[in-house]
Design a protein around this ligand. Structure first.
Ligand SMILES: [Zn+2]
Length: 447
């Protein structure tokens, strides 16, 4: 029963794909959608039949299974079958072809002895697709096998002889759209909707400055995504970059669209505001705040009430510390209380401070340039520290602010204006329309 569910999901995914590409007519894809449609309608019929008419179930089921296992594609010529399957672990070519209904010793002999065709034997790795055309009686008419990227090996029957050749094939560019509702986790929802992992990873990165995927997700949250994909000669889909995405988290709608602007491709809000994170949420990937930002606190070593003008992030000794944004190293060395410390100077009068380090990154020196995410040092307990942790400060014009507070600018990339913005609006209008169409529900609030 599992595959039935899978087919239904695949159908949902494919129909959406097809809708978004009504103009890009491709008979292969339409054929595939038609096949899936047939399968699901078959299933629907099977479910719709009342117990009294169960005899009709018998002929329906084997047909569905046949299609699923061998992926029989519709062919115009009567008595000619086009099928696609893939190499399984331990398969021989004879076994694979036999499974697809080919019973043709002459063809096997040809492939084994022909210098061009015999490459198939060397490349029978599990998962490789193979597509054949055969006659009703098992005679092979043609065979296609992926040989190298963009190259397909083709064997065709010419009367009683066979011919082997290598053909160059391009891949089709597709725009795929999908949507899902979260019940347990982001990845479970994406899997159920047939969204590839690569796209889900992009999605979580894209919204990571707005949504904390560990704490903020709620059952019933939804997301939609429009992404690029390429479809090869064997209908295998490779996903590419996200073009537009929407996340509805706790009733708040957040959208991102991709735009290839004057400074290269980047993601924006739908009205052209830049969305690249200005400062990473934390200079340590996995850590917890052991002491927050406070105007005053009792210092455990100095035994006095003192302000804590930063946050302490607990992490094991030696944990890498990264730069929260592009910067110039203003200072790296020893400072009383801080121990080994780095101060980074960012743009707009902002600087960040990293204290109690056990070591500095190799090559780090005053005046060096670092990029967001670069490792600059390692967690330690130098200076006044009771245990390994990072003391992290965020300064605006020399004054410390809470690194997790509202004073930290969220987005670094500039908002578009003037001509750039009008180009952006024109270029992204179809994507916005697509997102509107996927959801079709009323919009409550955009961020
Ligand atoms: Zn501290």
């Amino acid at each position: 029963m599992k595959w039935i569910k899978h087919c239904a999901q695949a159908l949902n995914h494919w129909i959406l794909t097809q809708k978004s590409h009504v103009k890009a007519s491709d008979s292969r894809l339409s054929g595939m959608v038609a096949t899936v449609l047939m399968m699901v309608f078959g299933v629907a019929t099977a479910f719709g039949i009342t117990p009294g008419t169960s005899t009709r179930l018998v002929p329906v089921t084997p047909v569905i299974e046949d299609i699923t296992q061998h992926n029989i594609l519709p062919t115009a010529t009567p008595g000619v079958y086009t099928q696609q399957d893939q190499v399984r672990s331990g398969d021989t070519l004879a076994a694979l072809l036999f499974r697809m209904g080919v019973s043709d010793q002459a063809a096997l002999d040809f492939i084994r002895t022909n210098p061009t065709a015999r490459v198939i034997y060397q490349q029978m790795s599990p998962g490789k697709p193979i597509r054949i055309q055969r006659r009703n009686n098992g005679d092979l008419i043609s065979l296609r096998f992926p040989h190298a990227p963009g190259k397909t090996l083709q064997v065709t029957r010419q009367g009683d002889q066979f011919l082997a050749s290598e053909v160059s094939v391009g891949s089709l560019h597709r725009v795929v759209q999908a949507s899902a509702t979260i019940h347990s986790s982001l990845f479970a929802a994406a899997d159920a909707a047939g969204i590839p992992d690569g796209v889900t990873h992009q999605l979580s990165r894209l919204f990571s400055t707005d949504i904390d995927f560990h704490n903020d997700l709620r059952s019933g949250d939804t997301f939609s995504v429009v992404y690029e994909a390429t479809q090869d000669d064997f209908d295998q889909i490779q996903s590419g970059k996200i073009l537009a995405a929407e996340f509805v988290n706790k009733g708040v709608v957040i959208r991102r669209v991709y735009f290839d602007g004057p400074d290269g491709g980047d993601y924006y809000t739908q009205d052209g505001k830049g969305t690249r994170a200005s400062f990473l949420r934390s200079p340590i990937e996995f850590s917890r705040v052991t002491s927050g930002f406070k105007a005053e606190r009792f210092h455990p070593i100095l035994k006095t009430w003192r302000a804590h003008k930063g946050i302490d992030l607990g992490a094991p000794m030696g944990t890498p510390v990264v730069s929260v944004a592009n910067a110039t190293v203003a200072y790296s060395g020893w400072r009383n209380g801080y121990g080994n410390v780095i101060e980074l100077r960012h743009s707009n009068g902002i600087s960040t401070v990293y204290g109690h380090l056990s070591a500095f990154a190799v090559g780090l020196h005053t005046g060096a340039h670092v990029r967001q995410g670069d490792v600059i040092g390692f967690v330690g307990m130098t200076g006044l520290a009771t245990g390994p942790h990072l003391h992290y400060e965020f300064k605006i014009d020399g004054v410390q602010h809470d690194p997790q507070g509202p004073d930290v600018p969220r987005y670094a990339s500039a908002s578009l204006s003037g001509r750039g913005k009008s180009q952006f609006l024109t270029a992204t209008a179809p994507l916005i329309k697509q997102l509107d169409a996927i959801r079709g529900a009323s919009v409550t609030h955009f961020e």
